[in-house]
Design a protein around this ligand. Structure first.
Ligand SMILES: [Zn+2]
Length: 136
């Protein structure tokens, strides 16, 4: 066997170590807060997966312990490319992890709660971070 290493394999190893470490101590799902089932095995929907708070496709680091959380497979799939905060916001608004939402549905649910431009004014009424640009 050639002893060839590349970045992908090295990261795979680091990721596995991180996943093992989190799984060893995790007791509850980071999204739904229900207990994890250590006996459930992939692809069972209640098996434990390690998810990124800020998803990889949005620049999240899968090797950063601060960006990785334990989650049910079901919850992880439902969360998809949302951050934990966005996903929790949808749950607070009445969504459930048992009903997948498409992008438009997510946006429609999140829109009213992130603030709005007052009609006829140039004042942002939202309370969340970010610097929105005026409409039009
Ligand atoms: Zn869960």
């Amino acid at each position: 066997m050639p002893s060839k290493t590349n970045a992908h394999n090295a990261n795979g190893h680091r990721r596995r170590q991180l996943v093992d470490r989190i799984k060893a101590t995790a007791t509850h799902c980071a999204l739904c807060d229900l207990p994890l089932n250590p006996d459930a095995v992939t692809p069972a929907l209640d098996s434990t997966e390690i998810d990124e708070d800020l998803p990889r496709v949005r620049g999240g680091n899968p090797l950063d312990p601060r960006n990785t959380v334990p989650m049910h497979r079901r919850c992880n799939r439902w969360k998809s490319t949302m951050t934990l905060a966005e996903a929790r916001q949808l749950l607070a608004l009445g969504a459930t992890v048992h009903e997948p939402l498409n992008r438009a549905q997510r946006r429609a649910m999140l829109q009213p709660s992130v603030g709005a431009w007052e009609t006829g004014a140039s004042r942002w009424t939202g309370t969340q971070g970010g610097t929105p640009s005026p409409p039009g």
